[in-house]
Design a binder for this molecule. Structure first.
Ligand SMILES: Nc1ncc2ncn(CCCCCNC(=O)c3cc(-c4ccc(F)cc4)cc(O)c3O)c2n1
Ligand SMILES: [Mg+2]
Length: 214
Protein backbone atom coordinates (compact mmCIF):
# COMPACT_ATOMS: atom_id res chain seq x y z
CA UNK A 1 0.00 0.00 0.00
CA UNK A 2 1.11 3.60 0.13
CA UNK A 3 1.41 5.86 -2.89
CA UNK A 4 2.69 5.02 -6.36
CA UNK A 5 5.34 7.07 -8.16
CA UNK A 6 2.75 8.63 -10.49
CA UNK A 7 0.68 9.64 -7.42
CA UNK A 8 3.77 11.22 -5.81
CA UNK A 9 4.49 13.02 -9.10
CA UNK A 10 0.90 14.34 -9.17
CA UNK A 11 1.23 15.58 -5.56
CA UNK A 12 4.42 17.43 -6.53
CA UNK A 13 2.50 19.14 -9.35
CA UNK A 14 -0.40 20.09 -7.04
CA UNK A 15 2.02 21.42 -4.39
CA UNK A 16 4.49 23.24 -6.69
CA UNK A 17 2.65 24.26 -9.86
CA UNK A 18 0.07 27.00 -10.39
CA UNK A 19 -3.36 25.81 -11.61
CA UNK A 20 -3.81 26.77 -15.26
CA UNK A 21 -0.10 27.45 -15.80
CA UNK A 22 1.20 24.66 -18.06
CA UNK A 23 4.80 25.92 -17.89
CA UNK A 24 4.77 25.57 -14.08
CA UNK A 25 3.34 22.02 -14.39
CA UNK A 26 6.17 21.04 -16.75
CA UNK A 27 8.75 22.64 -14.43
CA UNK A 28 7.28 20.90 -11.35
CA UNK A 29 7.49 17.47 -13.02
CA UNK A 30 11.06 18.08 -14.24
CA UNK A 31 12.05 19.22 -10.72
CA UNK A 32 10.43 16.11 -9.15
CA UNK A 33 12.16 13.75 -11.62
CA UNK A 34 15.55 15.43 -11.32
CA UNK A 35 15.63 15.91 -7.52
CA UNK A 36 13.20 13.35 -6.08
CA UNK A 37 12.41 10.33 -8.27
CA UNK A 38 13.34 9.51 -11.86
CA UNK A 39 10.28 8.84 -14.03
CA UNK A 40 9.93 7.97 -17.71
CA UNK A 41 8.68 11.34 -18.97
CA UNK A 42 10.23 12.56 -22.23
CA UNK A 43 11.93 15.21 -20.03
CA UNK A 44 13.19 18.75 -20.62
CA UNK A 45 16.01 18.11 -23.12
CA UNK A 46 14.05 15.86 -25.51
CA UNK A 47 10.97 17.94 -24.59
CA UNK A 48 12.58 20.99 -26.17
CA UNK A 49 12.95 19.02 -29.45
CA UNK A 50 9.32 17.82 -29.14
CA UNK A 51 8.22 21.45 -28.69
CA UNK A 52 10.05 22.57 -31.84
CA UNK A 53 8.53 19.80 -33.98
CA UNK A 54 4.99 20.42 -32.63
CA UNK A 55 5.37 24.17 -33.21
CA UNK A 56 6.55 23.54 -36.79
CA UNK A 57 3.64 21.15 -37.56
CA UNK A 58 1.04 23.17 -35.60
CA UNK A 59 -1.33 20.16 -35.77
CA UNK A 60 -5.12 20.38 -35.81
CA UNK A 61 -5.25 16.64 -35.03
CA UNK A 62 -2.58 14.93 -32.91
CA UNK A 63 -2.22 11.42 -31.47
CA UNK A 64 0.02 10.34 -28.58
CA UNK A 65 0.66 6.65 -27.90
CA UNK A 66 1.60 6.24 -24.24
CA UNK A 67 0.38 9.01 -21.91
CA UNK A 68 2.04 7.89 -18.64
CA UNK A 69 1.58 10.90 -16.30
CA UNK A 70 0.70 13.38 -19.04
CA UNK A 71 4.00 15.30 -19.16
CA UNK A 72 4.43 15.10 -22.95
CA UNK A 73 0.65 15.48 -23.32
CA UNK A 74 0.91 18.90 -21.61
CA UNK A 75 4.00 19.82 -23.68
CA UNK A 76 2.11 19.05 -26.90
CA UNK A 77 -1.33 20.45 -25.93
CA UNK A 78 0.08 23.82 -24.78
CA UNK A 79 1.43 24.36 -28.31
CA UNK A 80 -1.65 23.31 -30.30
CA UNK A 81 -3.20 25.98 -32.56
CA UNK A 82 -6.79 27.17 -31.92
CA UNK A 83 -9.17 24.25 -32.64
CA UNK A 84 -6.33 21.76 -32.27
CA UNK A 85 -7.07 18.51 -30.47
CA UNK A 86 -4.88 15.76 -28.98
CA UNK A 87 -5.96 12.15 -28.40
CA UNK A 88 -3.65 10.25 -26.05
CA UNK A 89 -3.86 6.48 -25.52
CA UNK A 90 -2.85 4.97 -22.17
CA UNK A 91 -2.91 1.24 -21.40
CA UNK A 92 -2.58 1.53 -17.61
CA UNK A 93 -5.70 2.91 -15.86
CA UNK A 94 -3.68 4.18 -12.89
CA UNK A 95 -1.41 6.17 -15.19
CA UNK A 96 -4.48 7.48 -17.07
CA UNK A 97 -6.12 8.64 -13.83
CA UNK A 98 -2.99 10.60 -12.82
CA UNK A 99 -2.54 12.00 -16.34
CA UNK A 100 -6.11 13.39 -16.41
CA UNK A 101 -5.40 15.30 -13.18
CA UNK A 102 -2.04 16.61 -14.42
CA UNK A 103 -3.63 17.77 -17.70
CA UNK A 104 -6.50 19.43 -15.77
CA UNK A 105 -4.02 21.17 -13.41
CA UNK A 106 -2.38 22.63 -16.54
CA UNK A 107 -5.81 23.83 -17.72
CA UNK A 108 -5.58 21.88 -20.98
CA UNK A 109 -8.44 19.38 -20.51
CA UNK A 110 -10.49 20.96 -23.33
CA UNK A 111 -7.81 20.18 -25.97
CA UNK A 112 -7.00 16.65 -24.80
CA UNK A 113 -8.84 13.31 -24.74
CA UNK A 114 -7.21 10.62 -22.57
CA UNK A 115 -8.35 7.22 -23.89
CA UNK A 116 -7.75 4.09 -21.83
CA UNK A 117 -6.80 0.88 -23.60
CA UNK A 118 -4.24 -0.75 -25.84
CA UNK A 119 -3.13 1.13 -28.95
CA UNK A 120 -3.70 -1.93 -31.13
CA UNK A 121 -7.31 -2.20 -29.97
CA UNK A 122 -8.12 1.51 -30.28
CA UNK A 123 -6.40 2.60 -33.52
CA UNK A 124 -8.95 0.82 -35.79
CA UNK A 125 -11.81 2.65 -34.00
CA UNK A 126 -10.42 6.21 -33.77
CA UNK A 127 -12.11 7.42 -36.96
CA UNK A 128 -15.63 6.23 -36.11
CA UNK A 129 -15.30 7.06 -32.40
CA UNK A 130 -13.72 10.53 -32.61
CA UNK A 131 -14.58 11.60 -36.17
CA UNK A 132 -10.90 11.77 -37.09
CA UNK A 133 -10.12 11.86 -40.83
CA UNK A 134 -6.33 11.63 -40.42
CA UNK A 135 -3.61 12.80 -37.99
CA UNK A 136 -1.27 15.71 -38.66
CA UNK A 137 1.10 14.61 -35.87
CA UNK A 138 1.77 11.35 -33.94
CA UNK A 139 4.04 11.06 -30.86
CA UNK A 140 5.14 7.47 -30.11
CA UNK A 141 6.13 6.79 -26.50
CA UNK A 142 4.48 3.48 -25.52
CA UNK A 143 5.76 -0.14 -25.59
CA UNK A 144 8.88 0.10 -27.76
CA UNK A 145 8.12 -3.16 -29.60
CA UNK A 146 4.72 -1.78 -30.64
CA UNK A 147 6.02 1.31 -32.49
CA UNK A 148 6.40 -0.57 -35.78
CA UNK A 149 3.18 -2.64 -35.73
CA UNK A 150 1.22 0.45 -34.67
CA UNK A 151 2.42 2.72 -37.49
CA UNK A 152 1.63 -0.08 -39.96
CA UNK A 153 -1.84 -0.24 -38.40
CA UNK A 154 -2.20 3.57 -38.67
CA UNK A 155 -1.24 3.30 -42.37
CA UNK A 156 -3.72 0.46 -42.97
CA UNK A 157 -6.51 2.40 -41.22
CA UNK A 158 -5.84 5.42 -43.46
CA UNK A 159 -5.07 7.61 -40.45
CA UNK A 160 -1.82 8.95 -41.95
CA UNK A 161 -1.86 11.45 -44.85
CA UNK A 162 0.85 12.92 -47.11
CA UNK A 163 2.92 15.03 -44.67
CA UNK A 164 1.83 13.45 -41.39
CA UNK A 165 4.75 13.85 -38.97
CA UNK A 166 5.65 10.93 -36.66
CA UNK A 167 7.97 11.65 -33.72
CA UNK A 168 9.26 8.62 -31.78
CA UNK A 169 10.82 8.75 -28.29
CA UNK A 170 13.50 6.33 -27.03
CA UNK A 171 14.78 5.15 -30.38
CA UNK A 172 18.21 4.53 -28.71
CA UNK A 173 17.27 3.84 -25.06
CA UNK A 174 15.44 1.51 -24.46
CA UNK A 175 15.63 1.38 -28.28
CA UNK A 176 13.29 0.55 -31.15
CA UNK A 177 15.60 -1.11 -33.72
CA UNK A 178 12.93 -2.63 -35.98
CA UNK A 179 11.00 0.68 -36.11
CA UNK A 180 14.15 2.68 -36.91
CA UNK A 181 15.20 0.31 -39.69
CA UNK A 182 11.71 0.44 -41.21
CA UNK A 183 11.19 4.22 -41.28
CA UNK A 184 14.79 4.84 -42.45
CA UNK A 185 14.55 2.30 -45.32
CA UNK A 186 10.94 2.71 -46.41
CA UNK A 187 10.22 4.82 -49.52
CA UNK A 188 7.08 5.96 -47.70
CA UNK A 189 8.98 7.95 -45.04
CA UNK A 190 11.53 10.75 -44.88
CA UNK A 191 13.34 10.27 -41.55
CA UNK A 192 15.65 12.41 -39.40
CA UNK A 193 17.34 11.59 -36.08
CA UNK A 194 17.57 14.21 -33.28
CA UNK A 195 20.32 13.11 -30.86
CA UNK A 196 19.74 13.84 -27.18
CA UNK A 197 19.86 12.04 -23.81
CA UNK A 198 17.61 9.74 -21.80
CA UNK A 199 15.41 11.97 -19.65
CA UNK A 200 17.22 13.38 -16.56
CA UNK A 201 20.37 11.32 -17.29
CA UNK A 202 23.59 11.46 -19.35
CA UNK A 203 22.75 8.25 -21.22
CA UNK A 204 22.40 8.57 -24.99
CA UNK A 205 18.90 8.64 -26.44
CA UNK A 206 17.11 10.54 -29.20
CA UNK A 207 13.96 11.21 -31.17
CA UNK A 208 13.29 10.07 -34.74
CA UNK A 209 11.13 12.37 -36.85
CA UNK A 210 9.54 10.63 -39.86
CA UNK A 211 7.33 12.36 -42.43
CA UNK A 212 4.84 10.04 -44.17
CA UNK A 213 5.03 10.51 -47.94
CA UNK A 214 1.89 8.49 -48.78
N1 LIG B 1 -0.23 -1.18 -26.30
C1 LIG B 1 -0.18 -0.06 -25.55
N2 LIG B 1 -1.07 0.92 -25.85
C2 LIG B 1 -1.05 2.05 -25.14
C3 LIG B 1 -0.13 2.20 -24.12
N3 LIG B 1 0.11 3.18 -23.21
C4 LIG B 1 1.13 2.78 -22.44
N4 LIG B 1 1.48 1.54 -22.78
C5 LIG B 1 2.47 0.77 -22.10
C6 LIG B 1 3.77 1.52 -22.24
C7 LIG B 1 4.59 1.47 -20.96
C8 LIG B 1 5.61 2.62 -20.89
C9 LIG B 1 6.35 2.84 -22.21
N5 LIG B 1 7.56 3.67 -22.02
C10 LIG B 1 8.71 3.09 -21.69
O1 LIG B 1 8.78 1.90 -21.52
C11 LIG B 1 9.92 3.96 -21.47
C12 LIG B 1 10.99 3.42 -20.76
C13 LIG B 1 12.13 4.21 -20.49
C14 LIG B 1 13.27 3.63 -19.74
C15 LIG B 1 13.03 2.80 -18.65
C16 LIG B 1 14.10 2.27 -17.94
C17 LIG B 1 15.41 2.57 -18.32
F1 LIG B 1 16.45 2.07 -17.62
C18 LIG B 1 15.65 3.40 -19.40
C19 LIG B 1 14.58 3.92 -20.12
C20 LIG B 1 12.19 5.54 -20.94
C21 LIG B 1 11.13 6.07 -21.66
O2 LIG B 1 11.16 7.36 -22.12
C22 LIG B 1 10.00 5.29 -21.92
O3 LIG B 1 8.99 5.85 -22.65
C23 LIG B 1 0.75 1.15 -23.85
N6 LIG B 1 0.73 0.01 -24.57
MG1 LIG C 1 9.68 7.69 -23.57
Amino acid sequence: TGTTRPQRLLRAVQERATRGDSESVIAAIDHFCRHQEWAMNVGDEKGFILDSVVSEVSPQTALELGTYCGYSTVRIARLLPPGGHLITLEFNPNYAAVARQVIAWAGLEDMVQVVEGASGDWIPHLREHFGIESFDFVFLDHWKELYLPDIKLLEECGLLRKGTVLLADNVICPGTPDYLEYVRKSQSYESHYFGSHLEYTRAEDGLEKSVYLG
